[in-house]
Design a protein around this ligand. Structure first.
Ligand code: ADP
Ligand code: ZN
Length: 646
């Protein structure tokens, strides 16, 4: 129940291998060995018990002495069955299992024991004496019985490791190939057929990399003049904005092989694997030069070294060191260009960014209206039949905050939606459904929500909408819906984020108030609150803490910023306990003030709140124009939307 998470994309899980399985299998294995050993259940006694209680009865059939310090006692089966004394020894239907040993005890000196036994036997009647004593060392079979479970476990572990590291190398010898790089090689024969035309928007970025492409095509022109070409280019931007696509297009334009690997592939469970992968990757690349090496998610290996003692990671550091060594090892004129992508350049080790390494940075942002238009143009090409009113401009205005990958996905989804409805062309409403699905997951038509709950949700979302409407600095609303989607969202309001990089205190305050609008509406109308606001509260807590400790927006705490991306502040706080207390108090105060303000606003606008909620219950989805019809135009100036919606 909150508004569109703008720049959060769930992190894709790579490989899909879960180490919990490993534990589960080990536990099952241990239980299994336990189970099998049940059959050999032996009662432990001591020497005295043997001489006083067992030997005189004459029930002992034989004893065996194992490894010179353990005595195992076998009773005869008839006495076992008949005598009460042995009732606690479980007998099974399988006769062979009952043959013992039934008791065991340890002796310190086997010679002593034997003397004692001889003496004791003299005092008991002949046919009560033990007829057989066998002495032996633990045989090979027992040792196998011991080792087998371990061998099995190690075998399972190796099997899983092999799965985890993916199917590299030929069948069979995979385990020995672990150090080989997994870089996907697009060889010259298998041409990368992506060109700059496939990359929409990103004009500046394309301009910047053109020089590199030209160098790859024609290195002599540059080397003859002694020019040094950058070895490494870092592409910085959020996921799905086309970093991989741009790198591929560079290889496609230059007609050179393209090696791509993800930073997380370097970081393996085996020590030393990462480093050897790096070595192997560069070896392959040198053979194929000129070429492009692309490392996705370089922050997985490139995080700053040794900052945090609690979480030092030798494996990652040795991988990073190897990467640095290799990068220094080739000079630019070899024709190997390194590209890397990351969303967090601030956490990268500064050694990576030094001249001669990734010394060029190109930032790739989420596309604006124009950019989205161009991306839609590219991806609409694949759809053959479009409705007459489907234009890239219109679609772009419906998808604020979307990245290229999401746009590509929306185009495909829209076609699927249209096909499901047996349509002959893809229309705007299909795109709308695809967009909703992309934001909130699948529509849950059959999710049963009681009327009471539906009412709460409607008022909650209406609360957000009203706050956005009457607070000057809040984002203008695009639409609000109470159609349940996905697992978490029971409804959401989508806003049109302003293209803005600096925020003033009032703007952040308004944002907090708007986010609190859901809960405040619930409290005003129902005088009760629900769990539906958890997500909202999480967001404002984060924002409020950032205002106080990062942006220096609090008088008491002052103009300080405790932000250090390379330091994990869980263990070492860069401020005193007193400051921590002040921070907590101020954050609380800030949120309380904002909540009170929201309550006041919504109490004042209770009538409009009810109108919107009722309309939502009826129509389930409201657009900006509907709101204007219901409660009048928004009082504040807005940049006019490029295209009006519906
Ligand atoms: P990143 O590497 O930044 O996470 P990708 O390059 O893997 O993103 O993008 C994924 C997909 O999204 C691409 O294959 C392409 O279909 C689409 N896409 C992303 N950005 C663009 C763009 N600028 N132009 C066209 N398609 C794009
Ligand atoms: Zn909410």
């Amino acid at each position: 129940m909150d508004f569109l998470p703008e720049n959060e994309e769930p992190k894709k899980k790579k490989g899909g291998f879960n180490s919990y399985w490993l534990f589960a299998i080990i536990i099952v294995g241990l239980l299994a060995t336990q189970f099998f050993s049940l059959n050999f259940q032996v009662k432990n006694i001591d020497e005295d018990y043997f001489f006083s209680k067992l030997l005189p009865t004459g029930d002992v059939e034989k004893i065996t002495i194992v490894n010179k310090d353990q005595v195992e006692v076998y009773l005869n089966l008839d006495s076992l069955k008949t005598k009460k004394q042995y009732a606690d020894i479980k007998l099974t239907k399988l006769k062979s299992l009952n043959k013992g040993p039934h008791y065991a005890f340890e002796v310190i000196s086997i010679e002593n024991f034997q003397q004692k036994l001889d003496a004791a036997q003299k005092d008991i009647p002949y046919d009560h004496r033990i007829k057989r004593t066998i002495e032996y060392r633990k045989g090979i079979l027992d040792i196998i019985g011991w080792i087998l479970p371990f061998v099995l476990l190690i075998g399972i572990w190796m099997f899983l490791m092999r799965k985890a590291t993916g199917g590299m190398g030929g069948a069979g010898g995979q385990i020995f190939n672990i150090g080989k790089s997994k870089a996907n090689l697009y060889d010259k024969d298998v041409k990368v057929n992506v060109t700059f035309d496939d990359v929409a928007g990103l004009d500046e970025a394309k301009e910047e990399v053109k020089e590199v492409v030209d160098f790859l095509k024609n290195p002599k022109k540059y080397t003859a003049l002694g020019a040094k070409i950058p070895k490494g280019v870092l592409l910085v931007g959020p996921p799905g904005t086309g970093k991989t696509l741009l790198a591929k297009a560079m290889a496609g334009e230059a007609q050179v092989p393209f090696f791509s690997i993800s930073g997380s592939d370097f970081v393996e469970m085996f020590v030393g694997v990462g480093a050897s992968r790096v070595r192997d990757l560069f070896k392959q690349a040198r053979e194929k030069a000129p070429c492009i090496i692309f490392i996705d998610e370089i922050d997985a290996v490139g995080r700053a070294r040794g900052k945090n003692i609690m979480q030092s990671n030798d494996e990652r550091e040795s991988t990073l060191n190897q990467l640095l060594v290799e990068m220094d090892g080739f000079s630019g004129d070899k024709g190997i260009i390194m590209l890397a992508a990351t969303n967090r350049p601030d956490v990268l080790d500064s050694a990576l960014l030094r001249p001669g390494r990734f010394d060029r940075q190109i930032s790739i942002d989420k596309p604006d209206q124009k950019g989205r238009e161009q991306i839609f143009k590219v991806h609409l090409k694949t759809l053959t039949k479009l409705g007459p009113d489907v234009t890239p401009e219109k679609l772009a205005s419906l998808t604020p905050g979307f990245a290229g990958a999401e746009i590509a996905n929306v185009c495909n989804e829209a076609a699927l939606v249209a096909a499901r409805k047996e349509k002959t062309q893809v229309e705007v409403e299909d795109f709308n459904e695809a967009i909703d699905r992309s934001i909130g997951g699948l529509e849950k038509k059959n999710k049963i929500i009681s009327p009471q709950e539906k009412e709460i949700i409607a008022f909650h979302e209406a609360g957000h909408a009203i706050c956005g409407w009457y607070l000057e600095h809040a984002h203008p609303l695009l639409k609000v819906t109470i159609i349940p989607r996905g697992i978490a969202a029971l409804g959401y309001a989508q806003y049109l984020p302003k293209e803005q990089y600096l925020y003033r205190t009032e703007q952040l305050m308004d944002e907090i108030c708007m986010t609190l609008g859901g809960r405040a509406a619930e409290e005003i109308i129902f005088e009760k609150i629900s769990t539906g606001a958890q997500n909202d509260l999480q967001r404002i807590t984060q924002l409020a803490y950032a205002m106080v400790t990062v942006y220096g927006m609090n008088d008491k705490v002052g103009n300080v910023s405790f932000y250090d991306p390379q330091q994990d502040t869980t263990f070492t706080k860069p401020y005193s306990d007193e400051t921590a207390k002040v921070i907590d108090d101020e954050v609380r105060k800030l949120i309380d003030t904002a909540y009170q303000r929201t309550l006041n606003l919504l109490t004042e606008k209770k009538e409009q709140l009810t109108t919107i909620a009722k309309a939502l219950l009826e129509k389930e989805i409201l657009f900006k124009s509907d709101l204007e019809d219901l409660i009048g135009k928004r009082a504040f100036d807005e940049e006019p939307l490029p295209v009006s919606i519906n």
